[in-house]
Design a protein around this ligand. Structure first.
Ligand SMILES: [Cu+2]
Length: 303
């Protein structure tokens, strides 16, 4: 099954109107979603406006059977309070409309939710994965806080009923003296997150852009030093992996969401994906340890 992803430039506007800020976003692509249910063979990964790039087997595909669906080309608008202060919860309102400005009413669930919202700070230090509640008439809301001052990008991932999954990019600003906006790139492959030690292993010594790579998260209990035995499914899968390419201004082309492969050894979570372009990428693996979500983040360098 072949299909072409057409990436259009994202138009983002930040309008301050009275007591609210609004950010509009539109694009017409399906997200870079990797599924392990099948390896969709579509050629190239079209960030560059339509050229296909070689015949490398590329597993970027939609969620399983969705690859025949058409994009909805919906537009998301974010409304937040005028002033967002670090660590104070605020309500985020996301309205989904069609190109004509008509409200979209019906959405399909995927990964057990109607919308997945990934929020990252511009320096990629903070990561938040939340699920806005559908209020009807195209409106999703969620309460959250932001850890520090500075710019944030929100990747709102949803599926208009009967259409392909899509990602809309939204941006917002958190007030206060913003610290370091440059990403701290740490290429360590062993890190400890609470009582979990995560080791990242790659199927090859260097990751090449456009080539499939197998990412293995080896998870050990820090007390027993044994592979985790208390892993449970998270949002219907053994784990989820969000990958973002370091960028001064994110687009949906920088976003990859990979799903864990099935039938892997205890304490190991495997992902298969490919990175579209050379650069530094940060990834956040999320796993469910007996009801508690662990987020394990790593940087990788793609040649
Ligand atoms: Cu989610």
């Amino acid at each position: 099954m072949k299909y072409i992803l057409t990436a259009l430039a994202i138009t983002s506007t930040l309008v301050a109107t009275g007591c609210i800020k609004e950010t509009a976003s539109s694009q017409t692509t399906t997200p870079n979603t990797t599924t392990t249910a099948e390896a969709n063979h579509h050629e190239g990964h079209n960030m560059d406006g339509g050229k296909t790039s070689g015949t490398e087997h590329n597993s970027h595909g939609n969620h399983s059977a969705d690859s025949t669906l058409k994009p909805a080309n919906a537009i998301a608008k974010l409304t937040v309070p005028t002033k967002i202060t670090p660590k104070i919860p605020v309500e985020l309102v996301i309205d989904i409309k069609d190109k004509e400005g008509k409200t979209i009413d019906n959405f399909d669930q995927f990964q057990e939710q109607l919308m997945h919202l990934i929020i990252v700070s511009d320096n990629l230090e903070s990561f938040n994965h939340i699920h806005p509640i559908y209020k009807g008439k195209g409106r999703f809301t969620v309460k959250t806080d932001f850890p520090q001052a500075g710019g944030y990008t929100l990747f709102s991932d949803y599926k208009v009923a009967g259409k392909a999954e899509q990602v809309s990019i939204l941006k917002t600003q958190v007030s206060g003296a913003s610290g370091n906006n440059t990403a701290k790139i740490d290429l360590a492959t062993t890190k400890t997150f609470g009582n979990t030690q995560a080791n990242l292993k790659l199927s090859q010594p260097t990751i090449k852009a456009g080539k499939n790579v197998h990412l293995i998260f080896n998870l050990l209990d820090t007390k027993s030093n044994q592979p985790l035995k208390d892993l449970q499914n998270y949002l219907g899968e053994k784990g989820h992996l969000v990958i973002l390419k370091q960028s001064s201004s994110f687009t949906e082309a920088d976003y990859i969401h990979a799903h864990a492969m099935k039938d892997t050894p205890e304490g190991e979570i495997h992902f298969m994906t490919s990175f579209p372009k050379p650069g530094k990428y940060k990834m956040w693996g999320q796993f469910n340890r007996n009801g508690k979500i662990i987020t394990a983040d790593f940087w990788v360098d793609v040649q």
